[in-house]
Design a protein around this ligand. Sequence first.
Ligand SMILES: [Zn+2]
Length: 402
Amino acid sequence: MRQVIKGKYIFDGEKLLDDKEIAVEDGVIIETGKGLTGDKIVDLGDSFIMPGMTDAHIHLSGYRSGNFFAEGLTLDSRDHLLMAVPWLKTLLDTGFTSVRDCGWENSIFLRNAVNNGVIVGPDISAAGKALSQTFGHGEAEFSHTVPVDLIERMGGFACLCDGVDECIKTARKVLRSGSDFIKIITSGGALSQRDNPNQEQFTLEEIRSIVREAQKAGTYVAAHAHGDRGARNAVEGGVKTLEHGTLVTGETLKLMAKNGVSMTPTLTIIELIAKYGKVSGLSEWAIEKIKEVREGIEKVLPEAMKLGVNILCGTDLLYITRKELDIGRNWMEMVLMTEICGLTNEEALRTSTGNIHKIGLKQGMIAKGFPANIISIDGNPIENIKDLGRVNSVFKRGVQVK
Ligand SMILES: [Zn+2]
């Protein structure tokens, strides 16, 4: 069956088209144009049509608060897995037809359930467990005093490995568990107590060994890094995406542009911790550490844009907040990009659409051959970025799910 979807504007992931119609067959976009015919016409009136969005950095933890330690001790990992299920429907209904989970064991099982049609949700690119050194950010939300075996038993976020041999073995184990890519941690962070965002984590040799394992399996590595040393090691080690990048120098940004390394600035989590960390149960030290990171990214993102680094929309949301920054309001990341870092609305829109395609994923574009993951919006987000919160219909592989 040939379906034609029509609206007032079509943004293809990079720019506005003159075309007003999209032809879809078997869940795939066949062509865009004017006056197209089909077996079924879906007229979306004055709507703004664009590709389904991607949140390129989320953690499908299922956690209900920022008090990870208490929740981790009092609930079973299976409770958390099930509590993440409704997040997926929320994400899809709000226009996110894909997410990339940057570290949580749940993501592999949730991806399988979506792919098997057991639950409804966006496509999930799953990291499974992230790789961290001992005494690193992978011990996030634990105090670096909790027994290591308890962290590994309780936490869905990361596994700890040290030295090239252990890194290779752990990378292989994570790939074996079904991860789509490997997430590593190459600097300290805010939500881990005794390491500093500027602290370098993993050696260059350890990073290279993991990147090599990922490449052999036909995939890539995403690295968490705030400070410049850790970020530089990740970029030199061959990662494909740099997560956060809040304190990197111009030299590292230039190298990223040259090597085609994308950056996910995760403004949402930074604002969230700064504004609501205390009420959501986060520790005092985490709120203190976020200040430097928040000041850093305000300068780094505009510079990265100027130097031609590919920027991705990723919220780093990892628990339910009930604030204006929450699962279901992931589009606020793009609002923050414009308000805090001065991106144009169109530049911000690309970060969740066309720029995602640039990391090698077949998504984020309305173009021939792409899956028909299409959304429509009341209003026009190129004129008012907050219209992204007014999604009125969602198509996943050509099937209208909202
Ligand atoms: Zn994260």
